[in-house]
Design a protein around this ligand. Structure first.
Ligand code: URA
Length: 241
């Protein structure tokens, strides 16, 4: 059974990669998706496994973001992960490769995780919004922040991932991720530095998004913020120790 699931998942990833490489977008693969007037799903429609969930995320048409994205990018990591890291949305590289945090922000995150003594392979990494939102600028695709409405619609998927993985600790990276989890627009500053109990028993550690560090023009300030970011990740690790 495990082998069947694994090969189905590999075939699915291969199809996604082929679409990304050929530059096929959602609009060109419309026939494979559920029509937009699908009835709004409740928890009883929830996929029972992470690989079924990834396939369902890729068919999602709940909001218009799927139209221009290459694919839906679900979370990745072991179902047994005790820590779930939540970002904002896939970026350009993530959209092409179908995996979260594989672009520049992902590289910064990987280095910070290493410094904090956390092994990425044992974490579940996902995003508040599962499709890449961007503005085309020549050959480039410039990141656009998802609206609170888009985050709220996509929470259905985040909640399903949380239900399947049942992490003990959730680390939100940035304000969009924080809204994805709490359903409210809270400032990171007000939540940072202490763990917050969530309904259902998990604890929440809020920190900044790695892209925030990448965008800082002042190198000295960026270095300070990076140190604080790593300290938040260390806090997450020690909370579970
Ligand atoms: N930024 C995010 O928030 N998530 C990703 O997966 C990549 C960049």
């Amino acid at each position: 059974m495990a082998a069947v699931l694994r090969s189905a998942s590999i075939a699915f990833q291969e199809r996604k990669r082929a679409a990304a490489v050929s530059g096929t977008t959602r609009t060109e693969t419309e026939s494979t998706r559920v029509p937009e007037d699908q009835p709004s799903a409740d928890a009883s429609d929830a996929p029972a496994t992470l690989s079924a969930l990834a396939a369902a995320v890729d068919r999602c048409t709940r909001c218009p973001l799927y139209r221009h994205a290459t694919q839906g990018v679900a979370g990745e990591g072991p179902k047994s992960a005790r820590i779930m890291l939540i970002g904002e949305q896939p970026g350009d590289q993530e959209d092409r490769q179908g995996r979260p945090f594989v672009g520049p922000a992902g590289r910064l995150l990987d280095a910070a995780l290493d410094e904090a003594g956390l092994d990425r392979r044992r974490l579940f990494l996902t995003n508040a919004v599962k499709h890449f939102k961007f503005t085309p600028r020549g050959k480039r695709r410039l990141h656009q922040t998802p609206t609170t409405g888009e985050v709220d619609i996509c929470r259905w998927w985040l909640d399903r991932e949380r239900a399947l993985v049942q992490p003990d600790l959730i680390v939100t990276l940035g304000a969009t991720a924080l809204r994805g989890v709490t359903g409210k627009s809270a400032s990171i500053r007000s939540m940072r530095g202490h763990a917050v109990e969530l309904e259902g028993g998990a604890r929440l550690v809020a920190t900044v998004h790695p892209s925030f560090l990448l965008r800082m023009p002042d190198r000295e300030r960026a270095a300070q913020e990076r140190t604080a970011f790593v300290a938040d990740l260390v806090r997450a690790r020690t909370l579970l120790a």
